[in-house]
Design a protein around this ligand. Structure first.
Ligand SMILES: Cc1ncc(COP(=O)(O)O)c(C=O)c1O
Length: 408
């Protein structure tokens, strides 16, 4: 999204308006633009406690020896395995019994440089030019590009706002054909904050079974759950379907700078599919050795667990602030159940064009939000916000936003 907005800044009216407004405010001695869409953990004050990093770095330097494993360091893969079995600081685990049932084990976990890199690895290994990938809509504007780099056709199945953004599996079934290599589930979803329910996952698994298609289950926001301690997981619900479960430390430990993600490979032929991925990984050995060494220590650190809970709690608090200001019941299905974003629908008769509305908001109030169209919400004029911000600033921004939307 950084490039999507910034790369083509000459053509992007919102980005242009942002530059102009920032300059105007600075020149006039006005308070700076307040971004309600900044999802950079560090910029929002979430820099992980340094102790586990310091200790790990010192240990790493003491024992430093380059001994790459193309799947990733065994201790790190075992730590990821325990994370899936026992759960993370916030997310539930699937339990050792279920992990055995779906064949999960440390040998079927592969470390990657990031979740984005994991997508490219999967596309490169198991799809050919002209194949297609089913993606949820709305979604973070990353997956279309990843498809295009692999010459794959992205096909979008809608998430239905009237049903808490659950997928329309009837449309998904129509889109799925013999050239569909993957159905991507993003749960928790960015930007809707929805968690896919068990029935939808089971339905999708059946469609995949019939079409010999695999599931990619993107769970990068697994630690940001607000309404339930359940995270229905494709790997546990559909042990007889090939599933690739993606996650990493980018969101989980607010450490996108340390470049570490993973793929858990479950379902039939997991061994063979893992070997194919491993061969490709062996060509590059892209995954940072220090980050792999660090990973078990991050999972074991009480300070890190506390930090993850703090991030989650702040987002939950901002979610409550939003509900209070917009007079929504805390159980309202338009509020995010998870994740670090929320979608605010606009009244179409007043704001038919969400990009123009975002520019108007920026110029009138100094608030910066994303228009929904950037996430594929073309038929639903809306704003997309991040709920990571410091609570007082977030509350003040939300009050201003509420007044703007209500003013004649
Ligand atoms: C749903 C989702 N999946 C994957 C990614 C990419 O994560 P990573 O930093 O691990 O590449 C993002 C980035 O924001 C995302 O929103």
């Amino acid at each position: 999204l950084t490039l999507c907005l910034h790369g083509c800044m000459d053509q992007n009216p919102l980005y242009h308006a942002l530059q102009t407004e920032q300059a105007r405010r600075s020149g006039a001695g006005l308070p700076p633009v307040l971004s309600l869409i900044d999802s950079n953990f560090h910029a929002n004050g979430f820099i992980p406690p340094r102790q586990p990093f310091d200790l790990a770095f010192s240990d790493y330097l003491t024992t430093r020896t380059y001994a790459p494993d193309s799947k990733g360091l065994r201790e790190a893969r075992e730590a990821v395995y325990r994370f899936f079995c026992n759960g993370g600081p916030v997310s539930p685990g699937i339990g050792a019994d279920l992990s055995r049932n779906c064949g999960l084990n440390p040998d079927h976990i592969l470390l990657t440089a990031s979740s984005s890199a994991a997508y490219s690895l999967l596309f490169g290994c198991f799809a050919q030019a002209g194949d297609n990938v089913l993606l949820p809509l709305p979604a973070y504007p990353l997956f279309e590009d990843l498809c295009s780099y692999a010459d794959l056709e992205p096909r979008f199945y809608p998430l239905d706002p009237k049903r808490g953004w659950q997928p329309d599996t009837d449309v998904l079934e129509v889109l799925c054909d013999e050239h569909t290599r993957f159905v991507v589930l993003i749960s928790p979803n960015n930007p809707t904050g929805s968690v896919m329910n068990e029935a939808a996952i089971i339905n999708i698994a059946e469609i995949c079974r019939q079409n010999h298609t695999a599931i990619i289950s993107d769970e990068v926001f697994s630690e940001f759950l607000y309404t339930s301690h359940e995270l229905p997981r494709a790997m546990a619900l559909c042990p007889d379907v090939p599933v690739y479960t993606l996650n990493g430390i980018s969101k989980l430990f607010a450490s996108p700078d340390l470049k570490l993600g993973w793929i858990a490979i479950t379902g039939p032929d997991a061994e063979e599919r893992t070997s194919i991925l491993e061969m490709r990984e062996d060509t590059y050995l892209n995954t940072n050795s220090f980050s792999q060494f660090l990973l078990p220590r991050l999972f074991a650190s009480l300070a890190m667990q506390e930090f993850v809970r703090l991030m989650r709690d702040r987002c939950a608090l901002n979610r409550d602030v939003f509900a209070r200001v917009f007079k929504l019941d805390k159980n309202n299905s338009s509020l995010p159940a998870a994740g670090i974003h929320l979608v605010l629908p606009l009244v179409r008769s007043r704001f038919p064009d969400d990009e123009k509305a975002a520019i108007h908001l920026l110029q009138k109030t100094g608030l910066y939000v994303h228009p929904g169209y950037l996430y594929g919400l073309d038929d639903h004029p809306s704003f997309v916000l991040s709920i990571l911000k410091e609570v007082t600033a977030f509350a003040s921004g939300i009050e201003t936003l509420h007044s703007f939307l209500r003013s004649p």
